[in-house]
Design a protein around this ligand. Structure first.
Ligand SMILES: NC(=O)c1ccc[n+]([C@@H]2O[C@H](COP(=O)([O-])OP(=O)(O)OC[C@H]3O[C@@H](n4cnc5c(N)ncnc54)[C@H](O)[C@@H]3O)[C@@H](O)[C@H]2O)c1
Length: 453
């Protein structure tokens, strides 16, 4: 994949030169007098997959034209880049070589939305070339890459923000606030059981996420969100991890297998059959561009090479003495979780998502009567509008509109948050493989702390 030449970059740039001026003149936003005097932050983006072009590409251009100048985009797949450029709009200069893009445009910030296993390369190159970084989760997929990122951050003195959008839904902010206000007292344990729809798990099995070498397994790719939530809620670093996991339905356990889903010989028999060509957007982004890099978006969920897990269970000890009991499974068609934070003075409990669907969450508070004067109560918090229960727009406003806005709950995540959350997953993976308890301090040069403030 990495030997792709700068396929049609020159064509893109040539076209861009002619069209971009027209686009700017035609923009309704530019007619606002205030914008003539406001300094915009210049950003560029690497990784033009579905996440990069929607959450950060098109939305940044559409919603934050007054504060952000999205200057250029990069991906190793020239066909996907071409699709992305059209989808995002603005005739952005497009590159297949990251350094070249950064050299020519000198952005203040690089947005990293590439595949998980190459985040570290893009983060380090970006910082080396003078950029602050906004990166998608997971920060990276193993402890070696994590250490490289930490070392580079120290060397280049740039800022890294990890986009943990799971911290931003209003009801999760409320939980954090309650813990910070001392409703549960000192956190002693957390029960956290997350289940994703079985059809959601199927999508992981179809893509690169099914291979540890690309996504670090779902222990890292997905659970980094969950572990970060716990680390953030209880404000402590993890110390050690013991885990179990298994793969029971997918991969080598399947009854048959084909090359990919859209034209498989077992289409009629397979309950996981999905035809990517029926989705114009995904076809244009992925299936139409396979010839450039061999990235198959609708791989067989029963391919023998899948080496991740579908059922996960871990026990995590924290520096502040709390214990996390965690599981992550996909045995239902409902997506949601139960979370309880227990402390010396009470318990906060939430059953979120799943069924029945509702436009709010109820946070149940139960005091420990021997130690708390508070009353039992249910605190109802409405969901916001926008992705992830209203969390995505709140996070994006902080990233792209008002980076200096007060952050009393510490929602914006940095490198340490990114590292500590992936390391729980990395340690869990190692624990499953070895049967041993894995210590976080053995993986990295950070010392786990009981109070992260
Ligand atoms: N926070 C969330 O809720 C959330 C949701 C979805 C995805 N994500 C994250 O966003 C990122 C992208 O996910 P996606 O679903 O769009 O994946 P994707 O596979 O659709 O896109 C990844 C892109 O990276 C490109 N790429 C791979 N190697 C590259 C390289 N060396 N140089 C440049 N580009 C390269 C691929 O060609 C592809 O276009 C992932 O890190 C994922 O974990 C986060």
């Amino acid at each position: 994949m990495s030997d792709l030449r700068n396929y049609s970059r020159k064509d893109f740039i040539k076209t861009t030169g002619a069209l971009a001026g027209g686009a700017v003149l035609a923009s309704p936003y530019m007619s606002k007098a205030a914008n003539l005097f406001r300094e915009k932050r210049k950003m560029a983006l690497v990784g033009t997959g579905v996440r990069g072009i929607s959450m950060f590409g098109r939305r940044v251009r559409d919603i934050y034209p007054d504060t952000v100048d999205l200057a250029a985009i990069c991906d190793i797949n020239p066909g996907r880049l071409r699709y992305a450029r059209e989808y995002i709009g603005g005739n952005l200069p497009a590159y297949t070589n990251l350094e070249e893009m950064l050299r020519e445009h000198k952005p203040d910030t690089l947005i990293v939305t590439s595949r998980d296993d190459v985040h570290h390369e893009h983060i380090i190159t970006g910082m080396k070339m003078g950029c602050d970084i906004i990166t998608e989760k997971p920060l990276t997929i193993d402890e070696t890459r994590a250490q490289q990122i930490l070392d580079a951050e120290r060397k280049y003195g740039k800022k890294i923000i990890v986009t943990f959008n799971y911290r931003y839904p209003p009801y999760r902010a409320k939980i954090k606030e309650l813990v910070m206000e001392g409703w549960v007292g000192k956190p002693t344990s957390v029960d956290f059981h997350w289940h994703i729809r079985h059809s959601h798990m199927m999508q992981y099995m179809q893509r690169w996420h099914g291979h540890r070498q690309f996504g670090g397994s779902l222990w890292v790719h997905k659970s980094t969100h969950h572990f970060d939530m716990v680390n953030w809620f209880i404000n402590s670093d993890p110390v050690d991890v013991y885990a179990n996991a298994s793969l029971e339905r997918f991969g080598k356990h399947g009854p048959f297998r084909g090359k990919n889903c859209r034209n498989c010989a077992f289409t009629d028999q397979c309950s996981y059959h999905w035809n990517i060509n029926e989705n114009t957007h995904l076809k244009g982004l992925y299936a139409d561009n396979e010839q450039y890099d061999g990235y198959i978006r609708d791989n067989c969920v029963f391919r023998e090479t899948i080496d991740i897990f579908e059922k996960h269970s871990a026990i995590v000890n924290y520096a502040n003495g709390a214990i996390l009991n965690y599981s992550f499974t996909a045995d239902t068609e409902h997506e949601g979780y139960t979370l309880a934070i227990n402390g010396t003075e009470g318990r906060i409990e939430v059953r979120a998502g799943g069924w029945p669907q509702k436009g709010h969450e109820d946070i149940i508070f139960m005091p420990n009567r021997r130690y708390s004067d508070r009353e039992e109560q249910i605190i109802t918090v409405e969901h916001g509008s926008g992705g992830h229960w209203g969390g995505d727009p709140i996070m994006n406003d902080q990233l792209f509109k008002d980076p200096d806005r007060p952050d009393p709950l510490g929602q914006q995540a940095g490198t340490r948050d990114g590292v500590m959350s992936i390391l729980i997953g990395v340690a869990a993976r190692k624990s499953v493989d070895s049967g041993n308890l894995i210590k976080i301090a053995d993986l990295i040069d950070l010392t786990p702390t009981a109070d992260r403030t």
